[in-house]
Design a protein around this ligand. Sequence first.
Ligand code: SF4
Ligand code: SF4
Length: 311
Amino acid sequence: MTASRTDGPVAVVYDIQRLSLNDGPGIRTTVFLKGCPLTCAWCHNPESWESSPRLAYTESLCRLCGECVRVCPTRSHSIVGTSGEGLRHVVDWSTCTACGLCVEACPYDALSICGREYTVSELFEALKPDLPYYAVGEGGGVTFSGGEPMASFDFLFGFLRRKGNLNVCLETSGSAPSTDFLKIAPLVDLFLYDYKATGSERHKELCGEGSELILANLRLLCRAGAKVLLRLPLVPGVNDQEEHLRAIAALLEELPELEGAQILPYHALGTGKEARFGLGGRTFLRPSATAEQARAWLAALESFGARKVFL
Ligand code: SF4
Ligand code: SF4
């Protein structure tokens, strides 16, 4: 269930990326919704983990002026230390309610609130300026990403029922009730469906949940006639073993309805964001995959019989 206002279900949007070229066909607007049931070890979008808005603090901009300490009703900010030893700004993330008062008070833009509630109507309004771009070339549209957009199901379903001929893609981990996937299957133009690890135990180790439901939903969508493209986040030394690559090839053979599979090589961009949200320690940091590694994965998949795989 999604939070709801009197004017319909709402979702918390943490970013709207316009003129996106990598999230489905054509020129697209990618709408990032907050909230995700998984805890993938390589996820560097900490702002997407929780479903509610969250305070962000940028240490490099803070001048230790103390305005936030003065206005915060929950005493979540403090300046500690002495001028001799050096002063330090500490945020108590456990008591912050993301009310935004300190954001307004900070004279140096060191604070912000990540995430804003949208109703379906408000999102359609926000998308209006982009509509002309969707007609360019092969035809674009809107892509929902996250987090896990299915975690905001009521909002998503409400949007899809009103979309008319707007092309909508959905990036998903597959971790959501099967009944929800069946409801939206006829309304989604393309599912961009993650396949992250082989073996339920391994999936749980890396992503916090077993893979049974995810695989069941994938098969369900294919049987229901949905258009599904597999997306393969591959992290060197973590989930690029032969067993996993062979399982991907086998899945593509088992489900000929799949549109194909796209390799998403791990990159370390965006790391370091966790500290800004007080969410450090959940994920690992590794060197980015090289172009050579990505080509080797593609070659290996093809040698195992995988069809329609691309980078
Ligand atoms: S957002 Fe509100 S509760 Fe959180 S630190 Fe700022 S003033 Fe305090
Ligand atoms: S108001 Fe802004 S600059 Fe001043 S101490 Fe707080 S975060 Fe730092």
